[in-house]
Design a protein around this ligand. Structure first.
Ligand code: 13P
Ligand code: SF4
Length: 306
């Protein structure tokens, strides 16, 4: 992929500042493609958590949405974490508030709380363990409790419940609008239009969609599925930025995708990344007491998945 001249200039300035400030740029797979060009690491939520936990840099510029940057703060107490845009939220993370979860926990005192990373730091702080789209099944299976409150994604919860039938999953009523409003009739149309394409779906999709997908995977897991599958045509059921990511990673394979855009993920720009490094804006802060509790939920996740 060619980099335009104006972007080349921005990339050069960003790389120089990164070096000067000993900063690292962590980028989610759904970000604008021009941001990939300054990334030290591009990945899914799990990959980004792992990178954030082991970086030696003094500063992290996080290009994703706010819950991801908060996770980087939680995993790096005392380190500077900047986001180019403070308004990049996540509709699903906003579907559960700490106060509501506290009340709900009171009704199910014998249940463990397993919280998808797409959640606020306050919600994580009330949880026994965190999970991501790539390790949710493993995490739930490893919990000693039979009863699991799964927060906030009801679709990921349903997917986990199917894989781990020995657990009783109580799902929160949250969902991702990008994935949730795709239904079975859409998949039937995809099969008709692209009969040779394998369908790779994100587990935030509805059960009726996951049932007929060829693969279910996290965003980085999608790259592995397409790489390892002998076929060369794929339909990608997740946010539309993922098709560009796959095109770059596997240029000899063909990818079709949804036109569903996560506007929050696209709020970061290359210009914003440069301003962030120049002005040290915008720092992400998490109350240290909340962060310490949320860190325990992350540590439990790493202990299970190590
Ligand atoms: P991944 O961890 O699979 O990248 O998912 C994050 C996300 O927000 C999907 O909508
Ligand atoms: Fe949140 Fe959905 Fe956007 Fe992912 S795609 S960040 S779950 S709103």
């Amino acid at each position: 992929m060619q980099i335009s001249n104006s972007n080349k200039d921005l990339v050069k300035k960003i790389n120089a500042l990164k070096k000067e400030k000993n900063a690292v740029i962590l980028v989610h797979n759904y970000q604008r493609p021009e941001i990939y060009d300054v990334a030290d690491f591009i990945g899914d939520s799990l990959g980004l958590c792992v990178e954030a936990s082991k970086t030696k840099a003094d500063m992290i510029v996080f290009c994703g949405v706010n819950f991801m940057a908060e996770s980087a703060v939680i995993l790096n107490p005392g380190k500077i974490v900047l986001v180019p845009n403070m308004d990049a939220g996540c509709a699903m993370a906003d579907m559960v508030e700490a106060k509501q979860l506290k009340e709900f926990k009171g009704k199910h005192p014998d249940a463990a709380v397993v919280t998808y990373v797409n959640s606020t730091a306050e919600v994580k702080a009330l949880s026994d363990v965190c999970c991501t789209s790539s390790n949710a099944v493993k995490v739930v299976r490893a919990m000693p409790q039979k009863k699991i409150i799964f927060v906030p994604d009801k679709n990921l919860a349903a997917y986990v419940a199917k894989q781990v039938p020995e657990k009783k999953i109580i799902a929160w009523e949250g969902y991702c609008p990008i994935h949730h409003f795709v239904d079975r009739s859409y998949i039937d149309e995809v099969r008709r239009l692209h009969p040779k394409a394998k369908i790779i779906a994100h587990p935030e999709s509805k059960p009726e969609v996951l049932e007929v997908a060829d693969y279910v995977a996290s965003t980085t897991g999608m790259i592995d599925c397409a790489r390892n599958d002998p076929g060369d045509e794929f339909f990608i059921l997740t946010e539309c930025g993922m098709t560009e990511r796959l095109h770059r990673e596997l240029p000899n394979k063909k990818f079709y995708g949804l036109c569903n855009l996560c506007y929050d993920m696209k709020k970061n720009t290359l210009d914003g990344v440069l301003k962030s490094l120049e002005t040290m804006k915008f720092p992400v802060r998490v109350d240290p007491k909340v962060a310490a509790k949320a860190l325990k939920a992350f540590e439990k996740m790493f202990e299970i998945t190590k």
